[in-house]
Design a protein around this ligand. Structure first.
Ligand code: DX5
Ligand code: ZN
Length: 222
């Protein structure tokens, strides 16, 4: 796998022309589709659900990385598998029985991710770090695209990288929110593996070139 993994966030796509935007990502150097699911309870926004994800999956030629910003995500694990999720992330703050939920995701054959809000310290992941495939570190408060990047994420990302190495774990660090040409290089330096980008990609004049510029920031293999 070539790093960084680039995951454009479909939340910032043009929903009236979703097929065109999915095709653009297919034809780009992006690696994954980042799919944000919001329920209006865990976050104060509602995005889209199963029918839309299923429609995306029909034409997408890259893995769907699904980020659940919903309460009780354990209720819907099989449903997200059935609409094509390959990576499924649940929020630490939304799961009382996180370990059980992680293993339920893995049992369905998906990669299991844990997303953490900006205020959630990484040390809370210590006893689960070896069980998960990905940490989705929020670098904005979840709910909306196009928000300002929270600067302490660099330090948090470096700390998480150190924790992963100290525990001989293998999970990827995904950064979600406010990724752009200024924040991305510093995030890679701090140990990020996966960059989610919504507004930066879709508000640019040439989204395919913007994706390529992120992909080519630093290439290493794992
Ligand atoms: C925010 C979502 C993000 C969002 C990122 O709650 O989880 O994935 O789409 O958008 P940008 O890159 O515009 O900050
Ligand atoms: Zn997201």
């Amino acid at each position: 796998m070539n790093f960084p993994i680039i995951a454009p966030s479909v939340l910032s796509a043009d929903f009236a022309n979703l097929g065109t935007d999915i095709q653009m990502i297919n034809d780009s150097q992006a690696d994954w589709f980042h799919i944000d699911v919001m329920d209006g309870v865990f976050v104060t926004n509602i995005s889209f659900g199963f029918p839309v994800i299923k429609a995306i999956q029909k034409i997408a030629n890259k893995p769907l990385d699904v980020h659940l910003m919903i309460v009780q995500p354990e209720k819907y694990i099989k449903d997200f598998k059935s609409v094509g999720a390959e990576v499924l992330s649940v929020h630490y703050e939304a799961c009382t029985h996180l370990h059980r939920t992680i293993y339920a995701i893995k049992e369905e054959g998906m990669k299991a991710g844990v997303a953490i809000n900006p205020h959630t310290p990484i040390h809370l992941l210590k006893d689960i770090i070896q069980d998960i495939d990905l940490v989705c570190m929020m670098s904005v408060n979840p709910g909306f695209g196009g928000q300002k990047f929270i600067e302490q994420t660099y330090r948090k990302c470096a700390d998480l990288k150190a924790m992963i190495e100290a525990n001989n774990a293998h999970c990827l660090i995904e950064i979600d929110g406010g990724v752009n040409e200024f924040t991305a290089p510093k995030l890679l330096e701090a140990g990020a593996d996966v960059l989610v980008a919504g507004n930066y990609v879709f508000a640019s004049n040439n989204p395919k070139e913007t994706i390529a510029s992120l992909k080519n920031l630093s290439l290493h293999t794992k």
